[in-house]
Design a protein around this ligand. Structure first.
Ligand SMILES: [Zn+2]
Length: 60
């Protein structure tokens, strides 16, 4: 299985750099190297184990 790369666009309009982060960074926050903006890496396609959708309010 080849290492997956996720490309994300920096939300900073004055930067707009395309960042390539490893697939292991999905769901995490990375920092733009160019401007330092924190960017949330989308969880992406496929199944995501234990995400917010599966979270239920605990009622004992
Ligand atoms: Zn940036």
């Amino acid at each position: 299985m080849p290492p997956e790369t996720v490309r994300i666009l920096c939300p900073n309009l004055t930067c707009r750099k395309v960042l390539a982060v490893p697939g292991t960074a999905r769901g995490k926050t990375v920092r733009c190297r160019a401007c330092g903006t924190s960017i949330k890496v989308p969880a992406g396609r496929g199944h995501s184990p234990g995400n917010q959708a599966a979270e239920k309010p605990k009622d004992k």
